[in-house]
Design a binder for this molecule. Sequence first.
Ligand SMILES: [Mg+2]
Length: 466
Amino acid sequence: MKSRVFTNRTLNLRKIKYIGLDMDHTLVKYNTQEFEALAHKCMKEKLINRGYPDIIGELPFEFEQAIRGLVIDEARGNLLKLSRHGAIRASRHGTKRMDFQTQQQIYTGTYVDLGDPNFSAIDTAFSISVAVLYSQLVDYKLKNPSLEFPEHKTMFNDVVDVLDESHRDGSIKNVVAKNLDKYILKNEKVVEGLERFVRHDKKIFIVTNSDFHYTKLLLDYAVSPFLKDHKSWMDLFFIVITFSQKPRFFFDNLRFLKVDPKDGSMTNMEEKLTAGIYQGGCADVFEADLELKGEDILYVGDHIYGDIVRLKKDCNWRTALVVEELDDELKKMEHAKPLQDQIRALMEDKEPLEFELVDLISKKIEDSDNSKDEKIEALQSQISELDKKISPLIKQQASIFNHHWGEVMRAGNEESYFAHQVDRFADIYMPNLADLLSLSPRTYFRAKRRPLAHELALSLVLDEET
Ligand SMILES: [Mg+2]
């Protein structure tokens, strides 16, 4: 079977001594659609309690309305999909598509400054419900001017606030705890793979922002039942760090507290870190106490900012990103490939015609020579014939992916801003942790030489000549 682990930077697993795992959406998979629907419901109830109009209770959860990597313009009520250069490639006001002219007027050009505090990105699947509910509220505010909806920015802050509250006060967790089989996807292969890696002397540890009780709930359910060489997850994982406050864990200096696994009670600690369960802490002390260098550690997470970008910027741990959307998108890419091939072939037919056309028009202007007018017309009609074939193919190809936003990793012909972050900060990436664990713990991930624009052009010329 083909490996589904993709390499941005060369990484030798044999040299990795410690493998760190994020828990939510990395070690433990959620039924994202169900979980986000639950979050959406809890948020609506809390907003109504805070005085939002009762009608918002009827808003249905539409999972497809948002994808990871989109940027929310909190002050204007817009959702944006950006290319790798930060250029807007698709935009919506609420859930309604914005036309290009409006978009240009608002953003005076195509590029946005991501340093603007009014922008925030959908960095994890946990934020899909925020983006969906916020866009729906923006629609409602527009449609019902007589009802009292706050300003866009306030609405956004309220949505984020009620999500945090729903996590904090147990509104979400209590429902998950009672319906684990609905919200959590068990995967025996992950546990099998972890035990195999342990047999190769890899130390596996967890750094999660979830608290001890929730961590225990999920690991008792998703890990312990499948163990063969260990009694419980507490024996499998060398160190478990709960409530870690990532990304601060990677750059701040927070203290570790020791957690008693019997009741979750905590005590201060003066001694060095050893096997066990902890709360808080920071990467510096972790490395120092265990006498590790950054490159001895591979950290696997799903949060592009909290797990990966800050980690790469602040520590030099190796990084692996889980992009669960790829599971579906890889299948769809296979499905779209024949269309993609047809589009490429037609574009390759079109390019030399365009080149010739530009050349003839230039000569006509420079030499005031009208003798080539017929040829110019013929070329123009050939190009428009090709466009007529290309345009429905592009639509057909786009319809295979998310109908509102297309692929997570692409913005039209370019990479999406999200794909750019993955490329820059994740050494390797994959749809599931199981994909990594199904490989040998001695795997050498080799980054392929990537052609630059001029090398690509040269190789095409060489291909044509040979
Ligand atoms: Mg996570």
